[in-house]
Design a protein around this ligand. Structure first.
Ligand code: KIV
Ligand code: ZN
Length: 519
């Protein structure tokens, strides 16, 4: 078999990244895009970890039909039961059970003997198997586990019914050659290994996650666990786009294929960056802003003559549109709509009209509107569709000898007009205080970043913020040519997310009370 199963864990390990927080609707939006991308398995979350997580996994299991929907579980009965409860409505479901196998974890964290681990693996895989035929087992910290014991754990899990054995390099410690040898040893020494698919799950602490994953594939692994933009715990996980494009571009060497529609990669990357608030570094392979830009004269000369001189992939193959300067102030609604479709966005009439109005406004201020500007506009429009409060107007007065003062007007949940004003230490502080006087949700600002979306003094400024409330972090983004307005939009975006999560928590609570019946 030369097809590699792509197991996407953006919504589970990716969401485990410090600072990422997605609500159920955002997770569903990403899951829909992962389905378009063609991933084989979506690890939708870790249902036992919180009621919100449970609700999000359940929603994805109901709504997404093509990929297998997987739920992660501790090797404990209650966690397995909860995982099944969350995914039981899925067309194809998988329970992923994990338990540490390294002596470091056994002696210092779990306080369990090797014999106890073997017993637990057998019992918990069997329990999951009672719910679904598709069970994955991961010996956590496998790359630091003594190989003979690792083989015993794997054999036990397969005997109990595991159909996928995932080998995690949990702490990103492995070196490619060594990891390849570990996989080769598993393939040749575990007696029942032919009854399971071998998978790998590599973290990027030494920047080797993709290299380790590819090496594992060369030694017989046929499933790779990865995330969009490589997000994940600590330094992240192996990046899906890098693995897929390495397999595609170096088919001559690897002789492998995937089911991924690579033209959806760029759009998926942008969506994940947008919703998690994690910016993609410009030099990031495949999806970074500079990944297909040629700066030096000799490179540009070669590209003009024949792209193959300095380009190993066609940007269109990953869904990056080739032109950068597209529309100007005389461009009509039709041209705008066509450009959006080329970029992969289909808006309903109302959203299209609003986005077009903002485009016109921008084109008045800016000579040429780039694809990046347009994406930013659309992202903004999509954000407004889930708003409880909408920013209608913001005005500030400030300067070196005056007290920064802001007035804001919001449209509330019942379309009521709400206005207030406040003083602050600076214009953004004043705006945030004025908004707080209306929305009245206590929170703390923990991060504030401004960046320009494209080149030039007239470019759109994009503001990314994180706020914290009751120990949970919410991300907000806003874009405008005026950075005070962009800051106000980012704050409203974060507040609306916070309100949406609270609303969902209330609904989940009501739902579970109804399910419990009268007391
Ligand atoms: O990194 C890891 O070991 C994991 C497991 C739960 C598979 O994420
Ligand atoms: Zn992991």
């Amino acid at each position: 078999m030369d097809r590699v199963i792509i197991f996407d864990t953006t919504l589970r390990d990716g969401e485990q990244s410090a600072g990422a927080s997605l609500n159920a609707q955002e997770k569903l939006e990403i899951a829909r895009q992962l389905e378009k991308l063609g991933v084989d398995v979506i690890e939708a979350g870790f249902p036992i970890s919180s009621p919100g997580e449970f609700a999000a996994v359940k929603l994805i299991a109901r709504e997404i039909h093509q990929p297998i929907i997987c739920a992660l579980s501790y090797a404990k009965p209650a966690a397995i039961d909860r995982a099944w409860e969350a995914i039981r409505d899925a067309q194809c479901s998988r329970i992923h059970v994990f338990l540490s196998s390294s002596d470091i974890h056994l002696s210092l964290q779990l306080k369990k003997s090797r014999a106890e681990v073997l017993d637990t693996v057998g019992a918990m895989v069997s329990r999951a198997k009672g719910y679904t035929a598709d069970v994955e087992f991961s010996p956590m910290d496998a790359s630091r586990t003594q190989p003979e014991f690792l083989h015993q754990v794997i054999e036990t899990a397969i005997s109990a019914g595991a159909t996928t054995i995932n080998i995690p390099d949990t702490v990103g410690y492995a070196i490619p050659d060594e990891f390849g040898t570990l996989i080769a040893g598993i393939m040749s020494k575990v007696p029942n290994i032919s009854q399971a698919v071998v998978s790998v799950h590599c973290h990027n602490d030494l920047g080797l996650a993709v290299a380790n994953s590819l090496e594992a594939l060369r030694h017989g692994a046929r499933q790779v666990e990865c995330t969009i933009n490589g997000i994940g715990e600590r330094a992240g996980n192996a990046s899906l786009e890098e693995i897929v494009m390495a397999i595609k571009t170096r088919h001559d060497f690897l002789h492998l294929t995937t089911n991924i529609d690579s033209t959806q990669i760029y759009k998926t990357s942008r969506l994940v960056s947008e919703l998690t608030g994690f910016l993609v570094q410009p030099n990031k392979a495949i999806v970074g802003a500079n990944a297909f830009r040629h700066q030096s004269g000799i490179h540009q000369d070669g590209i003009i003559k024949e792209a193959i001189t300095y380009e190993i992939m066609n940007p269109r193959d990953v869904g990056i549109p080739s032109s950068t300067l597209v529309l100007a102030k005389l461009s009509g609604r039709h041209a705008f709509k066509e450009r959006l479709a080329e970029l992969g966005y289909v808006l309903n009439e109302e959203s299209l009209n609003r986005a077009f109005a903002v485009f016109k406004e921008l084109a008045e201020k800016k000579k040429g509107v780039t694809d990046r500007d347009i994406e930013s506009l659309v992202a903004q429009e999509l954000r407004t569709q889930t708003e409880t409060y909408r920013l209608d107007h913001v005005g500030v007065s400030c300067g070196d000898h005056s007290i920064p003062t802001a007035t804001v007007r919001l449209i509330g949940p019942g379309s009521e007009v709400l206005e207030d004003a406040a003083l602050g230490t600076g214009p953004v502080d004043a705006v945030y205080k004025a908004i707080n006087r209306i929305v009245k949700v206590p929170n703390q600002l923990t991060e504030f970043t401004v960046k320009s979306v494209a080149e030039g003094i007239d470019a759109i400024g994009e503001v990314l913020i994180r706020i914290e409330s009751n120990g949970v972090t919410y991300t907000g983004r806003g874009a405008a040519t005026d950075i005070v307005v962009a800051s106000a939009k980012a704050y409203m975006n974060a507040l609306n997310r916070l309100l949406a999560v609270r609303q969902l928590a209330v609904e989940t609570e009501i739902e579970s009370r109804q399910a419990e019946g009268p007391i």
